[in-house]
Design a protein around this ligand. Structure first.
Ligand code: ADP
Ligand code: MG
Length: 378
């Protein structure tokens, strides 16, 4: 893949007094109205602070949650602490234009969750025009959302001079390294929904020395091999005639942790009972990988090895510890995966932690994203 040079917000020579619309990735976990993880907010600050120092008026936009009722207010409260961000409880309309007009150079305003307006997801041109009318310049710093063809990501750039922010460019540089790994290389893919990940697995089995399939994805492989998977989570996919089954460099956990009427136990992957569910890899699976992890030059990891949120986090954590001690160039992404690494305090031990989940996988598969193409089309 030839890497394209992306327009960098640093290339704009005079930002003084300019109003800059920054699409940030602010989709953070919130509990009882309080942000519980600030990883993405911290990454967004690089661009916001740069723009403030340049004397720009900074209008930040983003989305949160899947539900259109959700609010970015908790994010504004975090941003207020660090950059004094003000709050605008609307996405478009007169009040928004009024709040933007009051901004002074170096000040920051956060607008409400874009998805409160259905036109965001519908990629509506009038909605994009209204957003664009608020500013002089558009900056996409939301790598984690840039696989979506939503108005704030692919339509707004049609109406404003458009650039990328530092978080976006950093993601782009780092994930490009994972597309062309140094050998021996190891790709670990966990989580669920094989139907969305199959093309990536096929492609990366060609470029990576070893590919490990874990999490609920492994259940689809067990099933295709004719093992009983009991009541485990499986995808709507039939891998029986897929060459994934026969490729020598694709491996799945040999042992698994199951839960069922007779309780939690560790068994060989082909010894699961009809009333049991596979919920984590077994300890031998990660132990068997230690040598491969230690020798790898590049490690790419996305997705937990088990049903992490329900407490089946043991092997995801064991894997995180093993990669942390490896000298490989390690690139990781996915919300649950990052949370596991952070809960162990291992974030400094990884070469790059992506803020993205789905966008990371799309970028790894295609080497680009819809929102990148939207800016380059200009
Ligand atoms: P991401 O959100 O990181 O992109 P996915 O949405 O593909 O990843 O998958 C993550 C989800 O997969 C988590 O909710 C996790 O609990 C679930 N998961 C992983 N392994 C299992 C399993 N064995 N059984 C049930 N759920 C699993
Ligand atoms: Mg998910």
């Amino acid at each position: 893949m030839s890497k394209k040079a992306l327009p960098n917000i640093k290339d704009v020579s005079d930002l003084t007094g300019k109003t800059v619309l920054v699409r940030a990735s602010l989709n953070v976990p919130v509990k009882d109205g309080v942000v519980t993880n600030t990883f993405r907010i911290k990454r967004a600050l690089l661009t916001i602070n740069y723009l403030r120092r340049q004397g720009a008026k900074v209008v930040v936009i983003g989305h949160i949650g899947r539900d259109s009722e959700e609010t970015l207010r908790p994010v504004q409260q975090e941003l207020e602490k660090v950059v004094g961000a003000r709050w605008c409880p609307a996405v478009v309309g007169q009040d928004v234009a009024g709040s933007v007009a009051q901004l002074q150079a170096g000040e920051v305003l956060l607008l409400e969750n874009l998805r409160q307006d259905a036109r965001e997801k519908a990629n509506d041109a009038d909605f994009a025009k209204e957003l664009a009318s608020l500013a002089d310049i558009y900056v996409n710093d939301a790598f984690a959302a840039s696989h979506r063809t939503h108005a704030s990501l692919v339509k707004v750039p049609e109406y404003l001079p458009s650039y990328f922010g530092f978080n976006f460019l950093h993601e782009y540089e780092e994930l490009a390294k994972a597309i062309e790994p140094s050998e021996p290389s190891l790709f670990i893919l966990g989580g669920a929904k094989f139907e969305t990940k199959l093309p990536l697995v096929s492609r990366y089995a060609d470029t990576y020395t070893t590919v490990v399939i874990g999490g609920a994805l492994a259940n689809d492989i067990y099933k295709a091999r004719g093992y009983f998977v009991g009541t485990s989570l499986v995808s709507d996919i039939d891998l029986r005639n897929n060459d994934i089954l026969t490729r020598k460099n694709i491996i799945v956990p040999a042992d698994v942790v199951v839960d069922g009427p007779s309780g939690k136990r560790t068994v060989a992957a082909n010894a699961v009972l009809a009333d049991e569910s596979i919920l984590d890899a077994g300890p031998a699976s990660v132990r068997d990988l230690l040598d491969t992890i230690a020798k790898a030059k590049t490690i790419l990891w996305n997705g937990p090895l088990g049903n992490f949120e329900a407490g089946f986090a043991e092997q995801t954590e064991a894997l995180a510890r093993a990669i942390a001690t490896s000298s490989a160039y390690s690139i990781v992404g996915g919300g649950d995966t990052i949370a596991a690494i952070e809960s162990l305090g291992l974030e400094e031990q990884f070469s790059f932690m992506s803020t993205a989940g789905g966008a990371m996988l799309t970028f790894l598969e295609f080497g680009t994203l819809p929102a990148i193409e939207a800016v380059l089309r200009k």
